[in-house]
Each structure stands twice: as C-alpha cells, then as structure tokens.
Ligand binder design. Structure first.
Ligand code: MSP
Length: 637
C-alpha cells in the first residue's frame, strides 16, 4: 500500500498566561484549519501545540502566589486546554516543556552540542541587582540603577554557555539561497537578512546560573538551559527525538510548517535552523510569520486590558463565529483589527444571511414543494451549468489559496459560491415554480442544484467552521461528507430533514453597541470609586517606554507641553502634559519616558492628547518626569 504523505504543523508553545486572549487563538485557529484541511486531503497530519513553562517570570509569579512553579502553571495549562477544546482545536499533541521527555531531550541536545564544540563555556557580563536577582544590560539601567527597584547594581560576571551561531553563518546563508521558502512571507525574509544576517551573527548565551526555574545542564548542574534552546527544541522532543522511540520523529520531521507571530520570527528562522544544522538535522520546510490581532491599533495583550476571555465570545456567539471572524478577517501576514462589533456584523452578514438563510430557506422549500426529496439532475440548462461549473472549480481554488496559506482568500472563494447560489435562487424563483404542477421537474433540478451546492460548500467549510459544517450535513441527511465526494452530483438523492434549526440567529447590532457602551461606562465608574485595586486592575494600564521626538509649548496654556512620542512598533503618539514649568522642550527631545499608552484620547485645551507621561511629585510638590533607559517600546509593569 502506498504510504500517505505526512504534514507536520506547529504553533509556538505559549507562555502560561492567566489571561489567554483572542490574539493567542489566532495562530492556533490557523494551524487547526490547515491541519484539518490537510487531513481531509488525505495527508497523515501531526498538529502540535503546547506550553513554554520555564524562566524567571514564572518563578517570580509562583513565589508571589506562594506555590512552586509547577503548582503555579498546572491550573493555567488546564485552562489553556479548556480554551482549545471550546474553540474546537483538534491538536494531535500538547507538549509541555516540563514534560520529563522534553526535559531529557533538551539535556541530550545541549550535551551533544557541547561535546561537538558548538556550545562553549564563557562569561556573561551584565549589571546585577542583588535584591531582584536580575541581570540588566547597560542600556536597560535607569540613571545607572536597577530599572525594577531603583537600587544600586554591580557589574557582575557569571559563567554561562554560548552557542556558536557565528560558526554556521556562512553555511546557513548558502542554504537560504536555495531555500527561500524557509522564511515566509517574503517581506520578513528581507528583514531577517538585512537586519540580522548581514550585520553578522553573535554567539548566543544559552544558559544561566542565576535563573533557577529551568532545565539543568547535566554536566554543570548550577546552570539551567536558557529559554530559546529549551523552547525551540519542543518541535523535535514532541516527536521523540533522541528518545528510545524515534518513530514519530522519523515519520514527521522536518516540519512542513512552523506558524509563529512576527515578534518571534527571528528565533525560528535564524537560531532554530542553526541549532538544527549543528545537530545535523534537516531544517523545517517553512516558517510563516503572521501579523498580530490588534485592538485600536495596539497588539492585544494581557497587560493592556484590551481583551476579553475568548470563552465569553464563544458563550455569546458560538465557537464558529469566533473562528470564522479570526480566520477570515485578517489579511494573512499583516496585522488586523479585532472588534466585537465587527465580529457580530460579520456573523450577521455572512454566517446568518449568506450561509444560514440559504440553508434554511432551501430546506424549507424542498419540504414544502417536494416532500423533502430531491433527485440527481441531467444538466441541460445553461444557467445550471454555469453555477455547477463554479461549484466544481471551488475545491481547486480553495486548494490553491490554502497552499499559499491565504486562508481569508480561501474562505472568500467559498462565500462567492454561496453568494452565487443565493443569486441563483432569485433567478430561478422556486416559490413560483412550486405553484405550478407542470414545473415540478424544473423545481427538482433547481433545488437539487442548490442543495448539492450547499453540500459542496459545507465540505470546504469543514476545516474552518467544523461544527456548522457538521450541522449542515445532518440537515441535508447526507453521508457524502469527505473530499472524495467533492464533485457536483456525488450525492444522487436527498431526503432532507423537515425542520432544521436556524444555523445562526441574528444578533441585534444596536443592542450590542448599547451593551458595550454601558460596560465601558461601568468599568470607568468602577475605576473612579476604587480605593484599593487588585493586580488585575493594575494590569489594565499599559505602560511603555517612549522616546520624545518633538516637543513644543501648548499654544493656549502656559503649563502644558505638546510632545510627539515614539512608543515603538511604528506608533507615534501626541501627548499633552502639564510639565512646562519643569521641562524645557528642547531638552526634553530624545529623552525616554514612561507613557500610559491605553488612555482614552482627550482634547486638552483644544489639542488632542493620546496618552499620558508619568511624573513623580515630591512632598514639596516638585515634579519630575520618570525616565527610563530601556529600549523604546519596552513594556513597563
Ligand atoms: N513562548 C514563546 C514561543 C516559543 S516557541 C518555541 C511565546 N509565547 S507567547 O505566548 O508570548 O506567544 C505565543 C504566540 O501567540 C506567538 O506566536 C504570538 O505572536 C502569538 N500572539 C500573542 N498575542 C498575539 C496577538 N495579539 N495577535 C496574534 N498573535 C499573537 O512567544
């Protein structure tokens, strides 16, 4: 028997987060849709996701909660799995970096690289804050002090291991010349080459003595493996690489596709391939760096409070509404806006109107006029032929778009067919045919064409909105639900159900707007009246380091300055602040300050202000702007 072709697709492994948001759902939904599609196409698919559980941050958070790091992460991972289940994510394996098999694999990889001379011991030098037990680089210090606690820091060296990235640079560059597909989309390839490869790769620090919550280096137990070698290795440890049983590894490696967000693209397209090269393993076929889901232009993130638990959306609108919106709305590769209102608009217009209505009214008419029974047709009519040709072309178009990883376009193809079927109903007017006994045959042809068209569309929709597709198949009462039957006419007879449920009820958009406005007003009120806040409330404030690009006096107010501030990721904010008696505009330019980035826009004396600059005030009322030496765009928490 011929062996099935394999397809190995991965998401990044997620940091344990108490606040998973729709941004996290994005990569996972895409991977799920691709995995389902390839399975449907007959591939032997392995879809991997998981969690990245080590590091100082987790250790700190666990300490604050008074539990061990493992005790801290366990419920969070259970919660992540619950979210994936509610979102209908059908992964083949969920790997945790705390899994003993992963730990063993990382240790063997580290030892192998050390034994062959690709990892060497050196010294890591940095500014150490003893109370915080943290290393800082020179540029991270604030006025020469610890940026976290403001105390003195000491220039300290500690032993650490380094990976010889530089040794493999040339070999990697040569490889890239004939494997452009490794870095997708093309724009990110250019960025990697120009910003990282051309300036020359520096060796990478891959262990720490000061971080305890991590995988110990076997031959030097004071050291733990430092984040990326631990995290990236998940893609092969999950398949049993270097274990007693390498069957899965032999079968699925190299990965066909690593899907990652753009901020971690570099790790996946430079560091990971070089680790693999050093191990003598084939490189992944493709790494795709997608954009972010944003809200009001900023990345959705837990520290911004601009998110809701995705399960609230699933509860209110169903899992397929969320999947459909995430998968169809964002042009792949670019950032895309997320809004609950827009999601509901799309549900109403696409899922309820174009798809749901078509299904319900066609089934209703089939029952009303033909007792729910339809028979395969002989195609003679030109209009039918045109519609059927379009339906038969759909699977090829979807395949082309899925191969190009253009999911929104694939979905658009299917919706074009659905729209055509709706138009076909208007053109053929089955309700008029139904009144005339002599036109029963024509009516059968028309309704069969639509029902068979719906089946073909549902087949293609299966990987995007699986539970809706399954419902449609039940309503049509058909078992021809796999790609084997993706030609028009594959189902020869229908006996559709008599009373299908509405697939998607319409949501009142005005009511939703009112509810959202009310929720916002309530949350504003709450903040005003709280004397004590919980950590979650503080997490709603998005603090970032911004660099002052321009600054001038407010035209109408002596105490105010108007500054243009670069807050990173290409965003420039205009901010009005009452610091004119303390700060000279010309001296303020170039300073790095801390900005509240998610404050509602306001007009201050006629000038728009999009944020706030943090200042401190001593007991005599003297103001000073809080400065930071961290990179522009750094988060402050
Ligand atoms: N643990 C690392 C990955 C290690 S992979 C060997 C990590 N974790 S993460 O939880 O911060 O992010 C996981 C994925 O979620 C990333 O691909 C990231 O881009 C994605 N997203 C997180 N927020 C996002 C949006 N707002 N929009 C789209 N994707 C985003 O990085």
């Amino acid at each position: 028997m011929e062996e099935k072709k394999t397809y190995y697709v991965t998401t990044p492994i997620y940091y344990p987060s108490e606040h998973f948001h729709v941004g996290h759902c994005y990569t996972t939904c895409i991977a799920d849709a691709l995995a389902r599609y390839k399975k449907e196409k007959g591939y032997d698919v392995f879809f991997l996701t998981g969690s990245d559980e080590h590091g100082q941050k987790i250790e700190d958070r666990a300490k604050k909660s008074g539990v061990s790091p493992k005790e801290y992460v366990d419920p969070i991972i259970a919660d992540a799995k619950d979210l994936w289940q509610k979102l209908d994510i059908d992964y083949d394996k969920f790997i945790r970096t705390t899994d003993p098999e992963h730990v063993a694999c990382v240790q063997k990889v580290f030892k192998k690289l050390y034994d062959q001379g690709d990892i060497y011991k050196g010294t890591y030098e940095g500014w150490y804050c003893t109370p915080c037990e943290s290393f800082w680089t020179e540029s991270q210090l604030v006025d020469g002090k610890c940026p976290d606690c403001g105390r003195e820091v000491k220039l300290t060296k500690e032993d650490a291991y380094f990976l010889k990235l530089s040794k493999y640079q040339k070999q990697f560059e040569e490889y890239l010349e004939s494997h452009r597909d490794l870095m997708q989309p093309e724009s990110r390839y250019n960025e990697m080459v120009n910003n990282f490869l051309k300036p020359g790769l520096k060796d990478l620090c891959v262990s720490r003595a000061s971080v305890k919550w991590g995988i110990p280096v076997t031959f030097d137990p004071d050291q733990t493996v430092y984040v990326w070698v631990d995290a990236l290795t998940n893609y092969i440890s999950a398949l049993g690489y270097l274990s007693d049983d390498e069957t899965l590894f032999k079968k699925y490696w190299p990965a066909d596709l690593h899907l990652v967000g753009k901020e971690i693209f570099r790790f996946h397209t430079i560091i990971w391939p070089i680790i693999l090269m050093a191990l003598g393993l084939p490189l992944p076929k493709k790494v795709y760096g997608h954009g972010w889901l944003t809200i009001g232009g900023s990345k959705i993130s837990k520290s911004k409070g601009n998110f809701k638990d995705p399960r609230e959306f699933i509860k209110d609108y169903g899992c397929d509404t969320l999947r459909y919106y995430i998968l169809s709305e964002v042009p792949f590769g670019s950032d895309g806006n997320f809004s609950e209102e827009l999601m509901v608009e799309r549900r109403n217009s696409d899922l309820a109107n174009i798809l749901g209505n078509l299904v319900n009214r066609t089934i209703t008419m089939s029952n009303k006029y033909l007792g729910g029974e339809l028979k395969k047709i002989q195609v003679t009519n030109d209009l039918d032929k045109e519609v059927i040709d379009l339906l038969n072309a759909m699977s090829g178009d979807v395949e082309r778009d899925m191969d190009a990883l253009d999911i929104p376009k694939a979905i658009e193809c299917i919706f074009n067919s659905l729209k055509r079927l709706n138009k076909y109903i208007d053109e053929t007017e089955p309700w008029i045919l139904g009144k005339d006994e002599a036109k029963k045959d024509r009516l059968n042809d028309v309704l069969y064409t639509i029902i068979e068209g719906i089946r073909l569309c549902a087949l293609q929709l299966k990987c995007f909105i699986p539970s809706t597709a399954a419902k449609i198949f039940t309503y049509l009462n058909t078992e021809k639900t796999t790609f084997e039957y993706q030609r028009f006419g594959a189902e020869t007879e229908y006996e559709v159900v008599s009373k299908p449920d509405i697939l998607f009820t319409r949501i009142d958009e005005e009511e939703l707007k009112e509810r959202l406005a009310k929720e916002e007003a309530e949350s504003d009120e709450k903040v005003e009246h709280l004397s004590e806040i919980a950590i979650d409330d503080f997490a709603k404030v998005e603090l970032v380091v911004g660099k002052v690009l321009q600054c001038h006096k407010h035209p109408d107010a002596k105490k105010l300055l108007v500054s243009k501030i670069d807050i990173g990721h290409g965003e420039i904010r205009q901010i009005v602040s009452g610091i004119a008696d303390r700060v000279k505009p010309e001296e303020f330019i170039g300073k790095k300050v801390i900005v509240v980035a998610n404050l509602k826009k306001a007009k201050i004396r006629g000038v728009e202000s999009e944020g706030m600059i943090l200042v401190g005030q001593d007991k005599d009322g003297n103001l000073d702007v809080l400065k930071s030496a961290l990179d522009t765009g750094s988060k402050v928490s």
